[in-house]
Design a binder for this molecule. Structure first.
Ligand code: SF4
Length: 240
């Protein structure tokens, strides 16, 4: 994608959602770290269901250790890989106390040294908790970056490094959320909603999805309400 098109690409995503937010619920950097660690191979919705009651009583590493692994497992048993994740959360809580005075470090290497915390989790925590312009490449960002030709790459790391270079500086802080939400609600894995996408004219995907018959046949009055789907609008539709 050309540089000028990339600028327009992010201008349009920003116009739809000027202050994008992630969908994982948390109350402080520690609970964010735990929520992101629990979200590996699980949906944000399933994590939020489990962590809602958990974070009401546990919001520090000390309280997590006091709760203990067995009780923690009970809170998160609806999340995939909960046994391993419970072990990791207890172990990372111990390390946070031992090495960082119970605080979440604002440092990639220190974060990645925690059990169950990889580059993606560290990037999310650095971005959301500390406002660093990092871009965590998940399955949605990987797909959108390749499909659109915004920042193609064979691995998540290659895509992350390509995004680092290509995303305009003033868009880096929110790029992670814009791309995730675009992938989650518009540029869907199986059937992207190209007919309702604000960046369709900039996107390099060749097999764009045509409008479904229902959309084509919809009364002009309805269609004129909005040519493009915002993540917020798509979420509202999905909730109906
Ligand atoms: S046009 Fe289609 S493939 Fe391209 S970004 Fe939009 S939804 Fe995704």
């Amino acid at each position: 994608m050309k540089k000028a098109d990339i600028v327009t690409f992010f201008d349009r995503l920003a116009a739809q959602l000027p202050e994008p937010k992630g969908e994982l619920e948390y109350v402080n950097p520690f609970t964010l770290l735990v929520a992101v660690a629990l979200s590996a191979q699980a949906t944000d919705v399933s994590v939020n269901k489990a962590t809602g009651p958990l974070f009401k009583i546990v919001d520090t590493p000390e309280k997590m250790l006091a709760l203990g692994e067995v009780k923690l497992r009970d809170y998160i048993k609806t999340i995939g890989l909960f046994n391993t994740k419970a072990k990791n959360v207890i172990a990372l809580s111990e390390l946070l106390i031992e090495r960082h005075g119970g605080e979440v470090p604002r440092d990639r290497a220190a974060l990645e040294a925690l059990p169950g915390v990889g580059r993606k989790t560290a990037n999310v925590v650095l971005n959301i908790a500390f406002g660093e312009p990092t871009i965590a490449v998940d399955t949605h960002i990987f797909r959108v970056s390749n499909r659109t030709r915004l920042a193609p790459g064979k691995t998540p790391l290659a895509v992350e490094l390509a995004l680092e270079k290509k995303v305009p500086k003033d868009r880096k802080l929110h790029a992670h959320h814009w791309l995730i939400l675009h992938g989650r609600y518009v540029c869907l894995a199986r059937k992207p909603r190209c007919f309702n996408c604000v960046v369709a004219d900039l996107c390099g995907y060749r097999d764009k999805t045509p409008p479904p018959d229902a959309e084509v046949a919809a009364p002009a009055r309805q269609r004129s309400k909005g040519k493009s789907a915002s993540p917020r609008a798509s979420r509202a539709r999905a909730a109906k």
